[in-house]
Write a protein that binds this ligand. Structure first.
Ligand code: UDP
Ligand code: MG
Length: 304
């Protein structure tokens, strides 16, 4: 049996060798294949991969023509992995490789198709960031048919069948956590404590995460598109009631012109809301536009 380890790497030169050593030190009871995906790094990542590949025939690597993002790197890794069982994990050792033997046992026992790892804490992360993450998962689960757990990571091991299922989803805008939830299969959950990365810094900025959140929601839910219809219907109903009230009141008490502040508030509110709703529409339209172009999600410059 062969196990492929898919690791996206963006400016991770100091982590590559320690990662490889940590995995080798486990002496896993199967054939190994390393698939390092260099996501257009600007440092020595590719050189490190080349050196390792010369030392260890099990090391393979792909190098993108530029930075295409982690989701694209994971996709490329999964497409190129040849193992019967495939694991995806970060190269910065934040996904403890010590979980691999247990994951492998669960998969080979045949009881599960997929083993996923979840962080139990978010220590070392800014408070605002973890609160926003929690809110994001609550919203996503509430308005989509999929269920993504808080603390869920991209650390997974899966059978070839699950890999094929994940690859059968053709979308370019890939939100991998949602894709795993969507394809289903029997999934075993393991937990681990958050650890600091081995070297270097995180590639995520706060706004990068906000963009990621919108990407996740628009990939798996169309609920925001219905927001305008629901609010529109409600405000129409309110307007009709108010109209009846005004007519009756005028008939009984005579005409009276007032309510300037009310008008200003209503115009501003509905003007703002309409622009907001058009913005959401535009967001989905943009996604549709990008999907219909069918551009490749990444370009490979070098492959070994
Ligand atoms: N990564 C990538 N492309 C990117 C950003 C990140 O391949 O554009 C990789 C990165 O090298 C690492 C993994 O994705 O192996 C997770 O990134 P990072 O550690 O920065 O995220 P965090 O652990 O802070 O969530
Ligand atoms: Mg990390």
């Amino acid at each position: 049996m062969k196990l492929s380890l898919v690791t996206p790497c963006y400016n991770e030169a100091p982590c590559i060798r320690p990662f490889w050593e940590a995995v080798r030190a486990l002496h896993l009871p199967c054939e190994l294949e390393f698939v390092f995906v260099d996501d257009g790094s600007k440092d020595e990542t590719l050189i490190q991969c080349r050196t390792l590949a010369k030392e260890d025939p099990a090391v393979h690597y792909l190098s993108f023509s530029r930075n295409f993002g982690k989701e694209a790197a994971l996709l490329a890794g999964l497409r190129n992995a040849t193992g019967d069982v495939v694991a995806t994990l970060d190269v910065d050792l934040q996904h403890p490789v010590t979980l691999l033997p247990e994951m492998l046992r669960e998969i080979t026992s045949g009881a599960y198709d997929c083993v996923a790892a979840r962080r139990t804490n978010r220590e070392g992360e800014p408070w605002l960031r973890s609160q926003c993450a929690k809110l994001f998962y609550r919203v996503l689960n509430g308005i989509s048919e999929i269920e993504v757990r808080g603390g869920e990571t991209d650390y997974r091991m899966m059978t070839r069948q699950v890999v094929e299922a994940v690859l059968s989803l053709q979308e370019v805008n890939r939100f991998t956590k949602g894709i795993y939830a969507w394809v289903g299969f029997r999934t075993k959950w393991l937990t681990f404590e958050n650890v600091e990365r081995f070297a270097g810094t995180t590639k995520w900025s706060f706004f990068g995460l906000v963009r990621y959140a919108f990407q996740g929601i628009s990939a798996f839910s169309v609920a925001p598109l219905q927001l305008a219809s629901v609010t529109g219907a409600l405000s129409c109903a309110a307007a009709l009631l108010y109209l009846a009230y005004v007519v009756v009141k005028t008939l009984i008490m005579g005409e009276e012109v007032s309510g300037y502040p009310t008008q200003v508030c209503l115009i501003l509110f509905f003007g703002g809301f309409q622009l907001f709703a058009i913005g959401i529409l535009g967001n989905y339209l943009a996604k549709t536009y990008l999907e219909t172009k069918r551009r490749p999600p990444y370009l490979i410059k070098e492959k070994h």
